[in-house]
Design a protein around this ligand. Structure first.
Ligand code: PGA
Length: 248
C-alpha cells in the first residue's frame, strides 16, 4: 500500500511574510491531512519554513540542487547544504528547469544520483509537451526521461518519487483527464517494472499540472496516482489543504 504524498512547489513566489503565513496555516491544519505533505519554497526561504514546520508532520523539499558537491560554482546550492537546511526531498527535472534553464537528461541524472547518495529523496519530474503529445510521442518522451535518470543506478528505487507533469497542463488551467493521467502513470510503472517489478509497485507516482480542489479527488482516485505536485494552488492555504484532504 503506497502512502499518498502531496508536495507544494511554490516556485519563485512569496516574501518572508507570505511564506510564514502559508507554512503556519498548513501546519495548523496538519491534523486534517493523512497524506505525506511536503513544502518546497525557494532556497532562501528554506530555513524559515524549516523553523515553522519543526515538530509537525509537514516536511521540507527544495526545488532544485547543484550537480556538483562543492567548489567554485557561483550561485549553486549543493545537496548537503539542502540537507543541513532541513530538506528531505528535492524536486528534479521540473519542466521549467528543462525548458527555461536548458537542463538536459544528463544533468537531471547527475543531480538525482547525488541526491540519492546524500539521502535526499528526489521527486523526478517527467512529462511531454503539447506538440509531443499531438505527435503521439508522450510515452516515448516519458520513457526516455525516466530511463536517462534511473537506469543502471545502484540505488533503491524505493527512495525515488516520480511526478508525471504534462508540460501543457502546468500553470495553464488545462488538466489531463483522470484517464489520460492514469494511462501515463500506469505506463511509468511498467517502465519502472523493467528495472525492478517489486520496487515499481512501491514507487509513488504523483500527478502535476493544474490540480485544484475541484479536480483533485477524481485525479487521485486513479489506481496508479499516488498524490500530486501542486504549483499555483499550493500558494493558497485553503486550496492546498483541500487538495491534501482529497489525497488522504
Ligand atoms: P501548476 O504547477 O499546479 O500551477 O500547474 C504544477 C507544477 O509546476 O509542479
Amino acid at each position: 500500500m503506497r502512502k499518498s504524498l502531496v508536495a507544494g512547489n511554490w516556485k519563485m513566489n512569496g516574501s518572508n511574510g507570505t511564506v510564514d503565513q502559508l507554512a503556519s496555516g498548513i501546519v495548523k491544519n496538519q491534523a486534517d491531512m493523512t497524506c505525506d505533505v511536503v513544502l518546497c519554497p525557494v532556497f532562501v526561504h528554506l530555513d524559515r519554513v524549516s523553523g515553522i514546520i519543526d515538530g509537525s508532520s509537514v516536511e521540507l523539499g527544495a526545488q532544485n540542487c547543484s550537480d556538483k558537491t562543492s567548489g567554485a560554482f557561483t550561485g549553486e546550492v549543493s545537496v548537503e547544504m539542502l540537507k543541513e537546511s532541513g530538506c528531505k526531498y528535492v524536486i528534479l527535472g521540473h519542466s521549467e528547469r528543462r525548458t527555461l534553464f536548458s537542463e538536459q537528461d544528463s544533468d537531471v541524472r547527475n543531480k538525482l544520483s547525488l541526491a540519492l547518495e546524500s539521502g535526499l529523496m528526489p521527486i523526478l519530474c517527467v512529462g511531454e509537451t503539447l506538440e509531443e503529445r499531438e505527435l503521439g510521442n508522450a510515452e516515448e518522451v516519458v520513457q526516455r526521461q525516466l530511463l536517462a535518470a534511473l537506469s543502471d543506478l545502484d540505488l533503491s528505487l524505493e527512495s525515488v518519487i516520480v511526478a508525471y507533469e504534462p508540460v501543457w497542463a502546468i500553470g495553464t488551467g488545462l488538466t489531463a483527464t483522470p484517464e489520460q493521467a492514469q494511462a501515463i502513470h500506469s505506463f511509468i510503472r511498467s517502465v519502472l517494472g523493467e528495472l525492478s517489478e517489486e520496487l515499481a509497485q512501491k514507487v509513488r507516482i504523483l500527478y502535476g499540472g493544474s490540480v485544484k480542489p475541484g479536480n483533485a479527488q477524481e485525479i487521485f482516485g486513479q489506481p496508479d496516482i499516488d498524490g500530486g505536485l501542486i504549483g499555483g494552488a499550493a500558494l493558497n492555504v485553503d486550496d492546498f489543504i483541500a487538495i491534501c484532504q482529497a489525497a488522504g
